[in-house]
Design a protein around this ligand. Structure first.
Ligand SMILES: Cc1cc2nc3c(=O)[nH]c(=O)nc-3n(C[C@H](O)[C@H](O)[C@H](O)COP(=O)(O)OP(=O)(O)OC[C@H]3O[C@@H](n4cnc5c(N)ncnc54)[C@H](O)[C@@H]3O)c2cc1C
Length: 435
C-alpha cells in the first residue's frame, strides 16, 4: 500500500527533497535560497554527525552530543525547511517520488547525499556481527563501551591467555581513522589507564594496526605515511603493513601473513561502501556510487542530483572520482545550491571544480601530519593546526566551546573525562518507538 507523507504543500515554490543531512545535504539545505524553494530534508537520524571525531567519542575524549547537532534546531527559524526523520527506500523517477518509511514524498528536484557505510569486502556475514565499526555516533558509543569493558574484564581474567585476549586490540584499516584510533589508544595506555586500573599490568596491552595497503595513510603523501608509522611505532603500536584480515572466528583473527592474533576487540575501519538508493536506471550506478556530470546531475536524469560520498564524478582531473572526504561534499553542495539558485533566477549554471585544501591526520598527543599543497610537515604544529581546523568545522557554537574545553582539560590533565559505560536499556516503550 502506498501513502503520501504529511508535508505542507509547496505552493508556488519548487520542492527540493534532500536525502541525507550529513556534510553535503546539510550544506545544501543551508545554502539554497528558500525564497525559490521549499526544502524537505530527510535523514534516518534526527541529528547531524561530525564523523572525523567519532574516534574521540570511542576513546572517551568527547561527548557524543559535542559532535552531533539536531536538525530541527538548525532550521528552527526557516519556515520553508521541513525535516522528516525517516529512511528513504527508493526513488520512482517516473513519478518524481521518493519512497520512505513514512510514505511517499513528491519532488521537483531531488538531491541524494546518503554518504557511506562500512565495507567488509564481501565478508559481511562474519565480520559485521563480530567486529566493531565506526560510522555513526551510536557505533562510537558501542566501541567506547567495548574498550571500557575490556579493562573491567581484565581484572577478572583467570589465565594469562585470557588476559592477553582481552588486552589485545586489533584495528583493521590504516587510513586516517585507523591511525587516529591507534594513536588515541596508545595515549590511553600510557597516561590514563594505569591510573584507573593500577592492578593491571599495561605492558601486556597490545595495539595492532592491520593495513592492506603498501603504507599507512595511503591517500596522503609518503612523508605523511612515514611520519605516522614512525610515531605510532615509537608509541608501541604494532603495524602489520600489506596484510589483510582473512577471517575472525572469535577470538582468532587470521591475517594474510599467516599470523594469528588473539583478541576480543576487533575494530573494523577498513573501508567504505556507498549507501546507494535503489530505483534508478542501472547506468546511473558505478560500484554503488551514483555517476554524475559536472553539474552533479545523475546520469540520465535532469532533476536528480548526487553530492558528497555517493557521487562519482569522473573527469580529466579526477579519473577515479573525487576522494570521499568532507571538503568534496561541502564544495559539491555549495556549487549545487548556487546552480539551483541560478536556475530560479534564469542564470547560467557553473561546472563543479574541486579545490583541494590539503589533508591532516592526527596520531595522538602532540603528533599529526599535514599535506598542504607543497608543504608537508608533522609534529606539534601540525597537531595544533588539526585541532583548530576541527574546532572550526564542528556545527554549533555550543559544540565548539564544549569540544575546546574538553580538549584543554584532557591536554592539561593527561586525561579523558568521559569513561562512562552507559548501556541502552531495552524496554517495551523503546521497542515500540523503534517500529
Ligand atoms: C570515522 C570517520 C572519520 C572521517 N574523518 C575524516 C576527516 O578527518 N576528514 C575528512 O575530510 N573526511 C573524513 N571522513 C569522511 C567524511 O566524513 C565524509 O566524506 C563525509 O561525511 C561525506 O559527507 P556526505 O554528506 O556525503 O555523507 P554523510 O556525512 O555520511 O551523511 C549521510 C547522511 O545520510 C543519512 N542517510 C543515509 N542513508 C539514508 C537513508 N536511506 N535515508 C535517510 N537518511 C539516510 C545518514 O544518516 C547521514 O546523516 C571520515 C569518515 C568517517 C566515517
Amino acid at each position: 500500500m502506498s501513502y503520501i507523507a504529511n508535508i505542507p504543500d509547496a505552493g508556488d515554490k519548487k520542492r527540493l527533497v534532500i536525502i541525507g543531512g550529513g556534510f553535503a545535504g546539510l550544506e545544501l539545505a543551508k545554502k539554497i535560497n528558500k525564497k525559490h524553494y521549499q526544502v524537505v530534508l530527510i535523514d534516518k537520524n534526527n541529528y547531524y554527525q561530525f564523523q572525523p571525531l567519532f574516534y574521540q567519542v570511542a576513546t572517551g575524549g568527547l561527548e557524543p552530543s559535542s559532535i552531533s547537532y539536531p536538525h530541527r534546531k538548525g532550521f528552527q527559524k526557516e519556515k520553508n525547511v521541513h525535516f522528516r526523520m525517516c529512511i528513504a527506500e527508493n526513488v520512482d523517477a517516473a513519478n518524481k517520488t521518493v519512497k520512505t518509511d513514512i510514505g511517499e514524498i513528491k519532488y521537483d528536484y531531488l538531491a541524494i547525499s546518503t554518504g557511506c557505510g562500512t565495507n567488509y569486502f564481501g565478508n559481511d556475514k562474519q565480520l559485521k556481527e563480530t567486529t566493531y565499526a565506526l560510522k555513526s555516533v551510536s557505533e562510537s558509543l558501542l566501541m567506547r563501551n567495548r574498550i571500557l569493558l575490556s579493562f573491567e574484564q581484565a581484572l577478572s581474567a583467570e589465565t594469562e591467555e585470557e588476559l592477553k585476549e582481552i588486552l589485545t586490540f586489533v584495528i583493521v584499516g590504516g587510513g586516517a581513522t585507523g591511525v587516529e584510533l591507534a594513536g588515541a589508544l596508545a595515549d590511553m595506555r600510557k597516561s590514563i589507564l594505569p591510573k584507573d586500573y593500577p592492578e593491571i599490568d599495561f605492558s601486556k596491552m597490545e595495539i595492532h594496526l592491520v593495513d592492506a595497503s603498501p603504507r599507512l595513510l595511503f591517500a596522503m603523501s609518503e612523508d605523511a605515511s612515514a611520519g605516522a608509522a614512525e610515531t605510532l611505532t615509537k608509541r608501541g603500536v604494532i603495524i602489520h603493513q600489506e596484510v589483510f584480515v582473512k577471517s575472525y572466528e572469535k577470538p582468532y583473527v587470521e591475517v594474510s601473513s599467516g599470523d594469528q592474533l588473539r583478541s576480543r576487540n576487533v575494530f573494523w575501519v577498513a573501508g567504505v561502501k556507498p549507501n546507494s538508493l535503489a530505483g534508478l536506471d542501472e547506468s546511473a550506478y558505478n560500484r554503488g556510487r551514483l555517476v554524475v556530470n559536472e553539474y552533479n546531475q545523475v546520469e540520465g536524469y535532469k532533476d536528480i542530483f548526487s553530492i558528497g560520498d555517493t557521487a562519482l564524478l569522473i573527469s580529466e582531473s579526477s579519473p577515479k572520482g573525487h576522494p570521499q572526504v568532507a571538503q568534496v561534499a561541502l564544495q559539491m553542495a555549495k556549487r549545487l545550491a548556487k546552480n539551483l539558485n541560478n536556475e530560479a533566477e534564469n542564470k547560467e549554471w557553473e561546472k563543479f571544480v574541486y579545490s583541494d585544501r590539503g589533508s591532516l591526520a592526527t596520531i595522538g598527543r602532540n603528533a599529526a601530519v599535514a599535506d598542504l599543497g607543497k608543504f608537508r610537515f608533522g609534529g606539534w604544529f601540525a597537531w595544533w593546526l588539526w585541532l583548530w581546523v576541527h574546532i572550526l568545522s564542528i556545527v554549533g557554537m555550543r559544540n565548539r566551546v564544549s569540544v575546546f574545553i574538553d580538549w584543554v582539560w584532557n591536554y592539561l590533565n593527561y586525561d579523558v573525562s568521559l569513561r562512562l559505560f552507559i548501556r541502552p536499556k531495552y524496554n517495551k516503550m523503546y521497542r515500540e518507538s523503534e517500529t
